[in-house]
Design a protein around this ligand. Structure first.
Ligand SMILES: Cc1ncc(COP(=O)(O)O)c(C=O)c1O
Length: 393
């Protein structure tokens, strides 16, 4: 049966006040059917649907192992734990990202060491910027494919192998993105995905941790479920009667209800990413060649999952004023991201005093515009003319 698009109007709560929200869910009755089938199956926690999703995700990504977890943060925490990050270690990571990776690095006992991004046009870490941040204590690297745009993973993996470091890819923005024909998340020792409600792929809250390495897959699987040697699902099927605990782990499991939604979302991912890419093209056509802003990642959309569309405003422009003027026109904007090293907590605990000039400049000047698969051409025009009017003094 062909999928009918049943993406509803936004709820009549706060979100509906926006004429153009920053992001909006996209789904068809495929998600609805999958969810109802699982509800009726009588098994809601981690079980057969989660296992199917893992196989589907592993195949999509071209990796040997994919483990469904409760969030992107859980995926990152498991990655740090499985790779053995511990007190005294440093992990090189961007400051221009969501705080999840830095938080879980600290929870593992290690310390984040922030590397600067390359430029305003390319707000990503590179092998060179990572190399500048390495110290004798560096054990690993955690890169992030900002906005869905891939880091230069061949060079970063070369550097890591030369220096004996492991690599985590925070691919929360990048399901479907790729570098050199290999999917984001499949390059590093471990790849981590988030399925939070504003992501390209979502089941409200959820995540995935992927790896090619057998040893890491075993450790990740065990740590995901309290270090237990069998799961409730295995015991229900009569495969095991009891369990042992071999390591102190967590409960970071996905459940089958959300796995059902995600399986349907994954079937739509390439189509939804194409729609996102098309909208990014509309923005580039309408906003390109204007000296009042920079549009990063020019020429890079084909390899990107196109999760975010951002502009870097001219230094003379007041971003707060632009954001409130856009808000008055019913257009939601955002900032991805306030740099992590400038947050109160991180200012207090970090020993680092390194130079993060580009990150800080982007942190001051960056503005995120609405982007989602159902965004109409008309709304893109509305956003662009609102931006033009809002930057005037
Ligand atoms: C880059 C990045 N990493 C990690 C996360 C954490 O994911 P989650 O919210 O699923 O824990 C997010 C999402 O919010 C993110 O944007």
């Amino acid at each position: 049966m062909p999928s009918r698009n049943i993406t509803p109007a936004p709820p009549s709560s706060a979100a509906s006040d926006w004429k153009v929200p920053l992001s909006q869910l996209s789904f068809t009755d495929d998600e609805e059917r999958a969810l109802v089938d699982t509800l009726r199956s009588g098994w809601w926690t981690y079980g057969p649907v989660s296992r199917r999703l893992e196989a589907q995700f592993a195949e999509y990504l071209g990796v040997r192992h994919a483990l469904a977890v409760s969030s992107g943060t859980a995926a990152l925490h498991l990655a740090c734990a499985a790779l053995g990050a511990t007190a005294g270690d440093e992990i090189v990571t961007p400051s221009l990202t969501f705080v999840a990776a830095a938080n879980v690095i600290l929870h593992s006992g290690a310390e984040p060491r922030f590397a600067d991004v390359v430029s305003l046009e390319r707000p990503l870490l590179s092998a060179e910027s990572i190399e500048r941040a390495l110290t004798a204590r560096t054990r690993g690297i955690c890169v992030m494919h900002y906005g869905g745009y891939p880091c230069e993973m061949d060079e970063i993996m070369d550097l890591a192998r030369r220096r004996g470091l492991w690599v985590i890819e925070d691919a929360a923005h990048a399901p479907g993105g790729s570098w050199g024909g290999i999917r984001c998340g499949a390059w590093g020792d471990v790849g981590c995905f988030s399925f939070f409600g504003n992501k390209n792929l979502t089941c409200a809250e959820g995540g995935m941790v992927v790896t090619q390495r057998e040893d890491l897959a075993d450790r990740l699987r065990s740590l995901r479920s309290h270090g237990m040697t069998s799961l409730t699902w295995d015991r229900y099927r009569g495969h095991q009667f009891s369990y042992d605990v071999t390591v102190p782990g967590f409960n970071y499991r996905m459940d089958d209800l959300r796995a059902a939604i995600l399986g349907a979302q994954l079937r739509s991912l390439d189509r939804l990413n194409r729609l996102r890419r098309e909208r990014v093209g509309w923005y580039r056509d309408l906003l390109g060649g204007d000296s009042r802003w920079i549009l990063p990642f020019e020429g890079g959309d084909e390899q990107s999952a196109c999760h975010l569309f951002v502009v870097i405003l001219d230094e003379e422009i007041s971003r707060n004023q632009v954001m409130s003027r856009m808000m008055q026109r019913g257009i939601q904007t955002s900032i991805h991201y306030p740099p992590i090293h400038q947050f109160t907590f991180f200012r207090k605990v970090l020993s680092q005093s390194s130079d993060l000039k580009v990150t800080e400049e982007i942190g001051r000047r960056l503005l995120t515009l609405p982007l989602f698969p159902d965004l109409s051409r008309e709304d893109v025009k509305v956003v662009c003319s609102a931006l033009r009017e809002s930057v005037r003094n």
